[in-house]
Design a protein around this ligand. Structure first.
Ligand SMILES: Cc1cc2nc3c(=O)[nH]c(=O)nc-3n(C[C@H](O)[C@H](O)[C@H](O)COP(=O)(O)OP(=O)(O)OC[C@H]3O[C@@H](n4cnc5c(N)ncnc54)[C@H](O)[C@@H]3O)c2cc1C
Length: 87
């Protein structure tokens, strides 16, 4: 099974971890347009206020995941979503 996950914040990482749980052998490609490790948006104000550093904001480092996950950081996946209304 091949799966592509686009966006690696709360929803994307939750989807990724669910796939790894139910289909641990799946070939997963994880795409984020942000060229950085997944981070917690909730801490953005503290980061901008210099109360916390980047390390503290990490949700999970990509090293945490198994080798069947391919990371494409700084890449943009298709913007169209199934069922999305066209303008
Ligand atoms: C300052 C701040 C404080 C917050 N505090 C709280 C809090 O205290 N409690 C709480 O519950 N929530 C809080 N939130 C909200 C919480 O951060 C969001 O609900 C959560 O981040 C939503 O996660 P998400 O994965 O759905 O979307 P997002 O976090 O928006 O992530 C989507 C990701 O997908 C990427 N992406 C989108 N389209 C593409 C594409 N085509 N190709 C590649 N990548 C793509 C985006 O760049 C982004 O990285 C806060 C948000 C902010 C900004």
């Amino acid at each position: 099974m091949k799966i592509v996950i686009i966006g690696l914040s709360a929803a994307g990482l939750s989807a990724l971890e669910t796939v790894l749980r139910v289909a641990p052998e799946a070939e997963i490609t994880a795409v984020s347009e942000e060229n950085r490790q997944p981070y917690c948006r909730c801490l953005l104000t503290q980061y901008l206020g210099r109360e916390v550093g980047q390390d503290f904001m990490a949700i999970r480092n990509t090293d945490h995941y198994p080798k069947n996950v391919t990371w494409l950081l700084g890449e943009t996946g298709p913007a169209d979503r199934p069922g999305a209304k066209k303008p």
